[in-house]
Design a protein around this ligand. Structure first.
Ligand code: NAP
Length: 264
């Protein structure tokens, strides 16, 4: 489906899934406004898009900083007549056992700053524009790891779960005023983020091209949820029988980590 003429703000487009999504969205005719901190990486992605005949604008911004993020949205709105879609993709992940984070409340604060507050900040800044136009689509990127019980990522997963709850409220409150909301539950994807965990080197993962296709699908079809079937089934089981599911999966994760460590 062509995205001709659609203006899309995409955060975290300087690497990984966001970079590929920017390229795919632009190749379908979208005008992509890419937001991330590193201007050199943003320029690289913009050049790639322009070489393929696409249109991209870049806005180097740390979206955890309130004033900078507000200025970024104001600049985008002054340069583009209409914004149709916001994709909240920028994030950071932390893998650490809770018992090693007893003096690290900042782990929890930092993940919330980018994964939750920055996404909410941009959404709130754009809502008046969306409502005035009678339409707007917010795509929030989450993870399959909130659909299943996963150890070692408490700070990251709590921030993503917060974003999911916000998404539900947004849909319930403004869905009948033209505001669409989608949540994308990615499984593991081979990117700079997942590569930080060395033991995941030998784990099977999606490539960024396929993952970016999930974001394109979210934009084109506006489903409430983009998920793997296994994520959806695991989530239904977890909601139905949480104690049983958690006691069955706990030893499995320990076994998986031991096996992956051996392969290193
Ligand atoms: N990779 C996986 O296995 C996986 C699995 C499930 C879900 N996800 C989700 O998929 C999304 C993309 O992840 P990825 O793996 O592609 O990660 P990535 O390659 O590490 O990219 C993260 C992006 O976020 C941007 N970013 C980080 N902090 C920022 C800030 N303060 N202000 C503006 N931009 C910021 C980074 O750009 P700068 O550094 O230039 O700012 C970068 O473009 C994330 O929401 C992630 O949680 C990933």
């Amino acid at each position: 489906m062509s995205l001709n003429g659609k203006t899309i703000i995409l955060t975290g487009g300087s690497s990984g899934i966001g970079e590929q999504a920017a390229i795919q969205l632009a190749s379908l005719g979208a005008k992509v406004c890419i937001v991330a901190r590193r201007s050199d990486e943003l320029e690289r992605v913009q050049n790639l898009i322009q070489q393929q005949g696409g249109q991209a604008w870049i806005y180097p911004t740390d979206i955890t900083k309130n004033d900078d993020a507000q200025q970024c949205i104001e600049k985008i709105l002054s340069e583009h007549k209409t914004v149709d879609v916001l994709i909240n993709n920028a994030a950071r992940s932390i893998r650490r056992p809770i018992m090693e984070a007893l003096d690290r409340l900042h782990d929890y604060e930092r993940t919330m700053q980018i994964n939750y507050f920055a996404a909410v900040r941009l959404t709130l800044a754009l809502l008046p524009h969306f409502l005035a136009n009678g339409h707007g689509h917010v795509v929030n990127v989450s993870t399959m790891s909130t659909q299943v019980p996963i150890p070692l990522f408490s700070a990251y997963l709590a921030s993503k779960s917060a974003l999911e709850s916000f998404s539900r409220s947004l849909k319930m409150e403004l869905g009948d005023q033209g505001i669409n909301v989608s949540i994308v539950y990615f499984p593991m994807v081979r990117t700079p983020m997942s590569s930080k965990t060395k033991i995941y080197k030998h784990m099977r993962m999606l490539d960024t091209d396929t993952a970016a296709g999930w974001l394109v699908k979210a934009v084109q079809e506006k489903p409430y949820r983009v998920t793997s079937t296994s994520g959806a089934i695991a989530n239904a089981l977890l909601n139905t029988a949480p104690n049983t599911v958690m006691s069955l999966t706990r030893p499995l994760f320990k076994l998986m980590d031991r096996r992956l460590e051996k392969k290193l």
